[in-house]
Design a protein around this ligand. Structure first.
Ligand SMILES: [Mn+2]
Length: 475
């Protein structure tokens, strides 16, 4: 890049001094009107010329016309007086149309159309570049405090919520890295178990272990950190036996009634993983691919791919982690493998599908993993003309029904409640809903165990629930 600089102040000099003088590839030519600046540039061996930036039109035009600007040249202009600056830009537009120009100017200004000019405010150099670093310095202090706090502790518990989700798991993993521990000296634990197939896939593919514990184990540890959760979220379990919490990091709104030595709660953030990413950045931590993948997935899943409750910090962390993560693993986590035998139930279900009034019904029979049911419902929605998909399957003694729609129609949650609510649990959102009916309830109601009966009854119940919901809406 070639730079030609017209300047009256020292800012461009400082910026280019720092950035460009170190690069042998760039060439620089200064035009200045101060002797002092001129002398300093000469002393550094930077080509400089003394000119005057005046109101005089002839002199100005002569200067601008004479500038040697090549296609790869960027003209940088930093002139104090706005009137003179505007006139200089007009001349540049006239003699060098569509010249790329960078204007350093605090108060903004109307740019001539015939210029490819962009404006930068000197104060934004501080807010965009320095301010984030200042924030990082404060974050770094917090991380240093945290590290100090755990320095003399032998065994540390990293406690996450009862049905650990990717954000919590990733945060705990990141925290362990941050304090320089391994899985024997810092245990990731929960009062419950990881249940969702994607979350289990995350643990398997990223080799993370989450142990189920009861409050009795607290005595064996001398450090407690809570991530993505606060004591009141855990109900009674913790309130009776609560050991002192050393560190608590979370993004849920702050609950009263507990203490922690260091508390970092940021309710505007979409994910705790974002906070941990900031911690790692602040101490220039060398984030491994495994950790980046975990954190990226944590942010992605807690914010529904940056679509819900997102703070600019989440987007920042996401783009920082993205190039470090393994997107193949991420894909495998999000789309857990289908067992070969489940493919058979897919083909059977497809063969026996029924479409009534743009509603596709299919029944998978017994499945090995519950999540294939909603996945199959998502897939069914791709059939041309289909607006609703109602997919059922049998899993662990329950009839599970998954409902999806294309989006602009009636609420799936309400219909599912009307249709199946009296046989089991049923509900959901406008686009997706689910019912879980104990098989014994179903058989007791219909007195028939044949699969064909089940297919028919599910369709019939759903259609009448649909009717009911429409009527309610009309009333
Ligand atoms: Mn979370």
């Amino acid at each position: 890049m070639r730079y030609v600089i017209l300047c009256q102040d020292e800012l461009p000099y400082f910026l280019l001094l720092l950035k460009t003088l170190s690069s042998k590839k760039d060439s620089i030519q200064f035009f200045v009107d101060q002797k002092g600046l001129y002398d300093r540039l000469c002393a550094l061996g930077v080509p400089a010329k003394i000119v005057s930036f005046t109101e005089d039109r002839e002199e100005r035009e002569k200067l601008i016309k004479g500038l040697y600007l090549e296609p790869d040249t960027c003209l940088i202009v930093s002139i104090k007086k706005q009137g003179i600056l505007s006139n200089i830009l007009k001349s540049v537009a006239r003699y060098h149309p569509y010249q790329p120009v960078l204007i350093i100017e605090e108060n903004g200004l109307v740019l001539p159309e015939q210029l490819s000019a962009k404006l930068v405010k000197p104060s934004s150099i501080f807010t965009d570049i320095c301010l984030p670093k200042i924030e990082q310095a404060f974050t770094k202090r917090r991380v240093q405090y945290i590290k100090e706090l755990f320095e003399d502790k032998d065994k540390i518990l990293l406690l996450i919520q009862a049905d650990p989700d990717p954000d919590a798991i990733a945060s705990a993993l990141a925290f362990r890295h941050l304090i320089g521990r391994n899985r024997t000296t810092a245990h990731i634990v929960s009062f419950g178990e990881v249940t969702r197939p994607e979350n289990l896939a995350m643990l398997r593919l990223l080799d993370i272990q989450v142990d189920k514990i009861g409050p009795e184990v607290f005595a064996k540890y001398d450090g407690l950190c809570m991530l993505d959760v606060q004591p009141p979220h855990l109900g009674d379990v913790l309130s009776q036996t609560v050991p002192p919490v050393d560190v608590l990091i979370d993004h849920h709104p702050e609950k009263p009634g507990y203490q922690a030595k260091i508390k970092d709660i940021r309710a505007t953030y979409g994910a705790t993983s974002t906070i941990l990413t900031e911690y790692l950045q602040a101490v220039d931590f060398n984030i491994s691919q495994r950790l980046a993948t975990a954190l990226l997935y944590g942010i992605k899943s807690d914010t529904l791919l940056l679509g819900r409750g997102v703070d600019p910090a989440d987007i920042e962390a996401f783009s920082y982690l993205y190039p470090l993560a393994n997107t193949n693993i991420l894909r495998r986590i999000e789309r857990p493998e289908v067992h070969p035998e489940d493919i058979d139930s897919f083909s059977n279900a497809l063969k026996k599908r029924r479409i009534v009034n743009n509603i596709l019904f299919s029944h998978l029979g017994r499945v090995r993993r519950e999540d294939v049911i909603p996945h199959f419902a998502d897939f069914s929605l791709q059939v041309e003309g289909v607006e609703w998909a109602v997919v059922s399957g049998i899993f662990k003694g329950n009839l599970v029904i998954s409902v999806r729609n294309v989006g602009y129609v009636r609420s799936a949650g309400i219909i599912v409640k009307r249709a199946f609510g009296d046989l089991g649990s049923a509900g959901g959102h406008s686009h997706m809903a689910k019912a879980v009916i104990p098989l014994k309830n179903f058989y007791a109601r219909f007195g028939d165990r044949r699969e064909s009966t089940m297919r028919e009854q599910i369709a019939e119940m759903f259609l009448s629930g649909f009717e009911e919901a429409i009527k309610e809406q009309e009333d």
